[in-house]
Design a protein around this ligand. Structure first.
Ligand SMILES: *Cc1c(COP(=O)(O)O)cnc(C)c1O
Length: 385
């Protein structure tokens, strides 16, 4: 079986983790700040807060920005459920903005139309979460301009996009957002097994997220309400969680980070080869905006169903039967039963729903060989005919 994504673990990664196992600290030691520093430098952000998943990072990002009951969070329907669930965790209402049919990212024109309506109705969002699907950055300049006009905050869900650039600048540098979130799940670009990070240039937001990831507890006298009772003293000054990353995970992350650019470059080689070899087939290959360098977490094709006699489901099944573990990113979130119970229905976001009837994620990961890629292409050719 050729998987759709797969981590690479080198001897250096193993040695790094074993080194932590043999050290004094399995968690809350020196590796977490070292990993945070490595990411902050590589992505051009002032502050980085490591946590145990991107889901946790999204949650504390929303809380740090003050999202609460009665507020609204908007995101794209074509994402993993976590990009939307973070709003619900905070007691906010979640709503969606349809996608751009070319990039499959949240469409800035659709966002503007919805904001104009929401302004009239008094239902503007407090936070918008653009998701850089497949690693391709959203039109952040346009979304940022709208945030200035309508007064919302921006949390970039960059779970697919570490190592990429937008307008020649690093994803994560926060030029057009308040907070950027990365995921280090094994299928993502670099991994810590489970793990995530929130980046920001705002010291106050970083401080809040630092508190929230660890019970709302501080040992910093500057954050306490009165002088410490003694050297043992700490204070709980907010209601936080245990969202900490361990030193084992951070050591793996530090080691993986040394190969970030190599990984993204390899993904680009594979994508270029797919682009060339798939061009004659009745499918739409990914469109890449010229002003960005994608992290290329995923390679998504869309079937041109009017040109083939097989259904989407049949092509998908055929590929799986031929040992190609294709996937579908994503089932539009508003069509999930949990969201349907809140009143969303099929037909609400037509571009997202059309995408869902045509999209297939082909295998792509840094250790994939050209022979494996040729197998995928041959299987796809067979499945389409
Ligand atoms: C993977 C992913 C997440 C969640 O990441 P975890 O680290 O597994 O919590 C959130 N958003 C998107 C777009 C993702 O792909």
């Amino acid at each position: 079986m050729i998987p759709y994504g797969r981590q690479e673990i080198t001897q250096a990664d193993i040695d790094a983790v074993v080194g932590v196992l043999q050290s004094d600290f399995l968690t809350q030691g020196p590796m977490v700040p070292r990993f945070e520093q490595a990411i902050a430098v590589a992505c051009g952000a002032k502050h980085a807060v490591a946590v145990n998943s991107a889901t946790s990072a999204l949650h504390i990002a929303c809380l740090a920005l003050g999202l609460g009951t009665g507020d609204r969070l908007w995101t794209t329907p074509v994402t993993f459920v976590a990009s939307a669930n973070c709003g619900l965790y905070c007691g906010a209402q979640v709503d969606f903005v349809d996608i751009d049919p070319r990039t499959y990212n949240l469409c800035p024109q659709a966002l503007e139309r919805k904001l104009v309506e929401a302004e009239k109705a008094g239902t503007l969002p407090k936070i918008v979460v653009p998701v850089h699907l497949c690693g391709q950055p959203c039109d952040m300049e346009a979304i940022h301009r709208l945030s200035q006009r309508f007064g919302f905050k921006i949390v970039e869900d960059a779970s697919h996009a570490i190592g990429g650039t937008y307008q020649g600048e690093l994803i994560g540098n926060g030029r057009y957002s308040d907070i950027t979130v990365f995921s280090f799940h094994p299928v993502k670009i670099i991994t810590t097994a489970e793990g995530g990070m929130a980046l920001t240039n705002d010291a106050k937001l970083a401080e809040k997220m630092g508190l929230l990831r660890s019970h709302g507890i501080t040992r910093d006298p500057a954050l306490m309400t009165h002088e410490a009772d003694g050297p043992w003293y700490y204070q709980q000054v907010a209601l936080g969680f245990n969202y900490r990353m361990t030193d084992l995970q951070a050591a793996l992350g530090v080691s993986q980070m040394t190969r970030l650019h190599e990984y993204v470059a390899r993904r680009h080689q594979l994508a270029k080869r797919y682009n060339e070899l798939l061009a004659p087939l009745p499918i739409t290959i990914p469109w890449q905006h010229p002003d960005s360098y994608s992290g290329l977490h995923l390679y998504v094709i869309r079937l041109q169903l009017d040109k083939i006699s097989r259904s989407h489901g049949e092509v998908f099944e055929s590929l799986r039967q031929q040992g190609i573990s294709v996937n579908l990113h994503y089932i539009p979130v508003h069509t999930q039963p949990y969201y349907q119970k809140m009143g969303f229905k099929a037909g609400d976001y037509p571009e997202a729903e059309k995408y869902y009837t045509e999209a297939i994620s082909l295998p792509m990961y840094p250790t994939m060989t050209e022979t494996q890629q040729d197998q995928v292409i041959a299987a796809l050719r067979g499945a389409l005919s």
